[in-house]
Design a protein around this ligand. Structure first.
Ligand SMILES: [Zn+2]
Length: 173
């Protein structure tokens, strides 16, 4: 609950805002306090797919560039098929984002502490992803980066409203 309170106290944390940067800094600090090494993975440019509703184009596909990084912590062996678990740290502009998605970020921070204390036998990657609310930008970046390494066996997204594109299983080929 402490993590949720701290993140909510920052206020709304839309992607690429000073508030989102403060949220990222809070997560890094919490993980560093637990003695964990956090990687800042740049997300950069991501293609956000269009949305069609009942045959009408609701939103066209577009390319989005984000300066917010994904924050990644790795556990277990360096090789082998990995489980990727993600939670996003941004919010929609007017919302303090307690349930969406500070609660999941808090769970992921605590999961990191547990995994640090008892490392898993198979690789686990935790990703605090950037800029999801405008179209799952960070999760696209995290999955793309992980798939490039051909390592992800399965991916899980923790959120009050799990988006299908990020929730679906990513298979290593
Ligand atoms: Zn969300």
């Amino acid at each position: 609950m402490q993590h949720v309170a701290e993140l909510v106290a920052i206020g709304p944390r839309p992607g690429d805002s000073p508030a989102a940067q403060r949220a990222a800094a809070y997560i890094e600090q919490a993980l560093a306090t637990a003695g964990l090494h956090v990687e800042r993975e740049p997300v950069g440019k991501v293609l956000v797919p269009g949305i069609e509703l009942g045959g009408l184009l609701y939103r066209a596909a577009r390319e989005v560039t984000t300066t917010d990084p994904n924050l990644v912590v790795r556990f277990g062996p360096q090789t082998g098929a990995a489980l990727l678990v993600m939670a996003h740290y941004d919010t929609v502009p007017p919302s303090p984002g307690a349930a969406d998605n500070a609660a999941a970020v808090g769970v992921l921070i605590e999961l990191a502490r547990v995994l640090a204390a008892s490392p898993p036998h198979t690789p686990v990657i935790l990703a605090f992803t950037a800029n999801e609310e405008i179209g799952l930008v960070g999760c696209g970046g995290a999955r793309r980066a992980s798939q490039d390494r051909r390592r992800v066996r399965d991916s899980r997204w923790i959120s009050s409203a799990a988006p299908a594109r990020c929730r679906s299983t990513a298979r290593a080929s």
